[in-house]
Write a protein of this length. Sequence first.
Length: 207
Amino acid sequence: MKRILLVDDHSIVRQGMKYVIKSIIAQAEIFNADDVKSAIELIKTSAVDFIFLDISFPDQNISTTTVELMKHILPNAKITIFSAMDEEIYASRFIKAGADGFINKLSSDEELFFALDYFFKNGRYISENIKSKIIDDYLNKKTSSQISLLSDKELEVSQFIIKGYSTSSIAKTMNLKKSTISTYKKRIYEKLEISNIAELFEIFSII
């Protein structure tokens, strides 16, 4: 019997995933966690075979260290990112950190079924679009390569900025000093060669 953990703060998403998974593996035992902390505690005591992890939660964007920690606890577990966050920005980053796949929440029902079925059978899955994107970026050094220059913390700060968070709000959410957030913002602007938030929006919108 396959044991599967769904980590997502939306119960309706978990229920939808459960329905699709059961249509592929009828006898699957499915566990639920609505945040990463609960998920970590669960896998410390209950081994699972597959983990589906969202990377965007209220007041928190999950970094690649979460995947690394989960892999440390359960080395044999297969982890796929299941998120509406832009796969062209995040897929290769998380896969390099140890994730075994990336499935976009915005996929059609047919695409989702195919992706899940492939993942369960092969233990890995990335879309053809992302395979092509990774090769294209490598060969042509396109804009997404700029994003890859950002550290996990810098990328997280960027996402909060795009969501409209102030420096103070970001500092409080990430439990860091305002001066630290300001330093991250400076590094982001330098690495992306931009000078204002409007340009930051533009960089992320054209990926």
